[in-house]
Structure formats: C-alpha cells, structure tokens
Ligand binder design. Structure first.
Ligand code: ZN
Length: 291
C-alpha cells in the first residue's frame, strides 16, 4: 500500500516520501507504522529489496479495505492441515527442537516412520520415537503458525513440551502459560522459560555482530537479540539475504527476557541458540504498489 500512519509524528506518510527520510529517522519511524484504515501493524519496504517501488505492507484486520493477501515465503503452510488440528486438539503436543528448523526444514529428511492412517491430507507427523506415538508432534514452525492463526490455540490448556536437540526438556506446560505474545509480556516474564512470539517491523545488525529484530510500540517495542556467534547461521537457516526481508515476519523465540530502556519497560529477548527461534516470513501474493 502507498500510505501508512507513523505513530512517532502522527503523520500519514506516502511510501516514496518515507523512503527519502534520513536513515536514522527512517529507522525510528519504521517501527511505529500502522494501516491508515484498520490500525494494524504495518511495515515499510524499500524500493530496492524486491525490485518494486517503496511501499508499505500491513497485517490488516480481515475487514480492512486495504487488505492484501500475503503468503508465507518458502511455501510454509504451517506443515499441517487445519482439519487434522481440530480432530487431534486434545492430545499433548511435543516439539523436538533442532538447529535446522530454518527455511527448508519442511522439505528435507522427513523420517519414514509411522504417520497414522493414509489420506490424512498432508499431515506431516514427525514421529521419532515410540514413546511419543500418542502425542501430537509439532515443529516449532507449526507452533508459530498456530499461535498466529488461532486465538483458541493461544488460550489452549493443552500440554506442550519442547525438547532440546540433545533430548533434554527445555520448556513444559500449558500452551497458554508457556507461550506469550509480545503484547502481553509483563515483568513476571523476566527470566521466565517461555516462548515469546510477535511481529517484527525492522531488523538491523550492530557493530558487535548481533542482530536485533524490532517490533512496534503496539507490541511493547519488544526486541529479540540474536547473539553474534549464531547470527550468520541464523541468516543462512532462514534464507535471509537482506535484513529488510524480515520486516513483517512473525518470530517465535525462547531466551532470557529482560527489561531495558530508559524506563526499564522495554522487553528484550536474548536468543543464544538457533534451535530456540523460528521465523515466518511473508510476501504479497500479488505484489502491487496499491496493495
Ligand atoms: Zn488495514
């Protein structure tokens, strides 16, 4: 879309004008954009990123007139069908984390092991041990997909267990307790073992090599920090060539949540391991400037 409202100066910006802002100002403003119609979180795309003119995108409300259709990058459909999710919503959820859950995890090395009855419509049931046959196996990517899509899942009392690559349990509890939206993080989450999720509006790499993923004031300006020693592998794993490509993506991450900023209220999540994070990127299904 061509216009977006910036919460910093409370002005409606045209995309080309916005792109000509001084870089420091643009960096600040781009984290505070919303749709002029529905107030949903919006983000800015530079002209050069995908060969299109500078434009804004947003996670519009379903009723928004400016609504555009977005499809996940990498054909990521959440690796499961909604129908199956409904049917099996009562089982415990097991998530086996791995270092390679980035971009292509859904198309490589699916274990040739029992997947239940034939014809379950694309269900990708990753059963890796006999002990877990009665559980639902989710990838971290799928957990993020469900959190984004389903308020019922966010409030679910289903038990979910996350296991590290070495098999040790990382986090265990009810979905509603151990996952937390950026907008709902409180002081009680300081240091808590949880998965946090929300949308990113910008990303940048600092001189010390860390990557900062930033969200908007609507989401408490949460930042996720990827430590420098895993930053390059993070970019590789998710096929990120330009940090601007992360604008509008959803992230699900576990890591130490601490509070920072002048008033000590800005949540920062420190991510030190690749298996603790997954990204879901989007591109416009039918990319037009007016979209
Ligand atoms: Zn909108």
């Amino acid at each position: 879309m061509q216009y977006a409202l910036c919460g910093v100066d409370n002005r409606v910006w045209e995309a080309a004008d916005f792109s000509r802002l001084p870089s420091a100002q643009l960096s600040q403003y781009r984290d505070s954009l919303t749709c002029v119609e529905c107030n949903a979180l919006a983000w800015f795309r530079r002209a050069s990123t995908h060969g299109h003119p500078a434009h804004f995108c947003a996670h519009h409300e379903s009723t928004c007139q400016l609504k555009a259709e977005y499809v996940p990058v990498d054909n990521d459909q959440g690796d499961g069908t909604e129908v199956v999710d409904q049917i099996q919503s009562s089982g415990d959820i097991v998530v086996r984390l791995s270092d390679d859950q980035g971009g292509d995890i859904d198309v490589v090395e699916r274990p040739p092991v029992p997947v239940g009855p034939e014809g379950q419509g694309g269900r990708t049931h990753q059963v890796r041990g006999r002990d877990f046959l009665s559980n639902q196996q989710f990838s971290l990517r799928r957990v993020l997909h469900r959190l984004v899509q389903s308020p019922d899942f966010r409030r679910s009392a289903s038990t979910i267990s996350f296991f590290r690559p070495d098999g040790r349990q990382l986090i265990h509890g009810q979905v509603r307790d151990v996952t937390k939206a950026f907008s709902e993080i409180t002081n009680e989450d300081d240091g808590a073992a949880k998965f946090f999720w929300g949308p990113i509006t910008s990303a940048r790499r600092t001189d010390d090599g860390k990557i900062w993923l930033n969200s908007s004031p609507q989401y408490q300006s949460v930042s996720v920090v990827i430590f420098d020693d895993i930053a390059d592998r993070f970019l590789d794993a998710f096929g990120i060539e330009d940090l601007d490509d992360l604008a509008g993506a959803h992230v699900l991450v576990s890591g130490r949540c601490a509070f920072s900023g002048q008033r000590g209220i800005k949540p920062i999540i420190w991510c030190g391991a690749l298996y603790q994070i997954v990204i879901r990127r989007y591109r416009a299904a039918n990319l037009t400037v007016a979209g």
